[in-house]
Ligand binder design. Structure first.
Ligand SMILES: *[C@@H]1O[C@H](CO)[C@@H](O)[C@H](O)[C@H]1NC(C)=O
Ligand SMILES: *[C@@H]1O[C@H](CO)[C@@H](O)[C@H](O)[C@H]1NC(C)=O
Ligand SMILES: *[C@@H]1O[C@H](CO)[C@@H](O)[C@H](O)[C@H]1NC(C)=O
Length: 413
């Protein structure tokens, strides 16, 4: 009998201590998330994204959690925890795209007034050059952004298959919601785009999403007679002419949560589940790689796409046979997209002129006299082409953006 009593008491003591332990853990977890409100939105603290990685790798080490919590608090204390002002921009750079990518990033930095975070996915041999170039920019530019460089990676399951079926860089963007798990929203851009207005302006479109929107893109074409998808595609595509994925705004929280209707199974599939079967089914029929897969997905889930007008993703197709982007005719071009290599060849001198003007502009110089005016002068030499004749649209918004940045600089003095 005494023996039972002893065992019972021992049990009680054990349960008591277990409860104390659990309570302690709970308290420290709560404290932790209070101390780092951003975590809930899935956005890493104020500094480099690498820390997010570290944290993610050891979620189970409760003992360390508290320590890290303190660390986080310290690092993000000046900014407090109110809403994130930053625009988060991702790009995938491979091969010879280093200089082009830097020029894109430069256009973002010189025109934006709000802070930026860059997620640069690059082949390993480009990591050092990227870091060195960005670290060499003047302090005044550097205070406007933070950046993190990532290797090209795929989710472990199927990594081999993805690498085999696509050029590694081509499909990377599809996996951003799965790689940047703690990032809420992201603007993905191709390396060959140039911002002609502050990044925060396109970022603001996120707040215009209705409850079903989870991504925003521009149509692939304005004019069905020269559209590619409606004439040649051997797979479903979005809307009348498809969508172009060179400028893609995503609410990745929603992308990760959503189950997508599809033509492979009767049950809707999560983002991480849909990509592989989609590729398997359509790999013989797709031409433009991951953009085609996005077209198929949004064909079946059109309510999830917010379609923004062509001046947010203005390509040679919009002026090559005369201007066909109405919104740009009215308000100017917001984001220029020099696809098919036009920044580097002779085919569209007006596109190339914009690229070179941004590339050559010396940081810190007066943007009106050292960027806008030289650009306007060189655009005048391109009027023998259709796009050259539309090139006043290239500087219309840029001029306003420059004035507005300069105004802010004078006000601060
Ligand atoms: C970059 O990170 C530093 C260190 O965490 C932070 O203080 C700063 O506000 C960040 N800058 C931007 C533009 O986000
Ligand atoms: C993205 O969607 C989530 C879930 O609906 C929402 O909580 C979050 O605020 C959205 N992010 C932005 C930047 O609008
Ligand atoms: C691929 O294209 C061929 C030829 O147009 C078509 O018959 C076939 O149905 C397509 N495959 C899929 C999966 O749509």
């Amino acid at each position: 009998m005494r023996c039972y009593l002893q065992a019972f008491l021992l049990c009680m003591v054990f349960i008591f201590f277990s409860l104390v332990y659990v309570f302690n853990q709970l308290a420290s977890t709560l404290e932790d998330s209070d101390g780092w409100g951003l975590k809930e939105q899935g956005i890493p603290g104020g500094r480099s994204h690498d820390d997010g990685h570290l944290l993610r790798k050891r979620p189970g080490l409760a003992g360390r959690d508290h320590e890290e919590g303190l660390d986080r608090e310290r690092s993000s204390s000046p900014g407090k925890h109110h809403s994130d002002e930053r625009s988060h921009v991702a790009v995938v750079a491979c091969g010879t795209r280093l200089e082009e990518t830097l020029t894109m990033l430069k256009s973002a930095v010189i025109l934006s007034k709000k802070p930026l975070h860059f997620y640069i996915f690059a082949e390993d041999d480009l990591h050092e050059p990227f870091k060195n170039a960005l670290d060499s920019w003047p302090r005044t530019a550097q205070t406007k952004f933070n950046f993190t460089i990532y290797p090209i990676t795929f989710p472990e399951e199927n990594a081999k298959e993805w690498k085999k079926l696509f050029k590694p860089c081509a499909s990377q963007r599809l996996f951003l919601p799965l790689i940047l798990k703690e990032v809420d929203s992201l603007l993905y851009v191709d390396t060959d785009i140039i911002f002609l207005q502050p990044v925060e302006d396109i970022w603001a479109l996120l707040s215009q999403f209705d409850s079903s929107h989870l991504a925003a893109m521009a149509p692939e074409h304005e004019e069905p007679r020269i559209g590619w998808y409606n004439r040649f595609a051997r797979h479903p595509y979005y809307g009348k002419t498809g969508i172009n994925s060179g400028v893609m705004l995503m609410n990745m929280t929603r992308l990760r949560e959503k189950s997508f209707k599809n033509d492979m199974t009767t049950v809707p599939l999560k983002w991480e589940e849909i990509l592989m079967p989609l590729l398997q089914k359509y790999k013989l029929n797709i031409t433009w790689g991951d953009q085609d897969l996005l077209n198929i997905i949004f064909h079946h889930n059109p309510e999830s796409l917010y379609l923004f007008p062509c001046q947010w993703n203005y390509r040679p197709d919009h002026c090559i046979y005369g201007s066909n982007c109405q919104q740009a005719d009215q308000e100017g071009v917001f984001i220029l997209h020099g696809n098919r290599g036009v920044y580097h060849n002779e085919k569209q001198p007006a596109f190339r002129a914009v690229y070179e003007a941004i590339q050559k502009y010396p940081f810190g110089e007066n943007m009106e006299t050292s960027l806008l005016q030289p650009l306007e002068a060189s655009l005048l030499t391109t009027t023998n082409s259709y796009c050259g004749r539309a090139s006043h649209l290239f500087t219309k918004k840029l001029k306003q953006s420059i004035l507005s940045v300069q105004q802010e600089v004078t006000q601060r003095r």
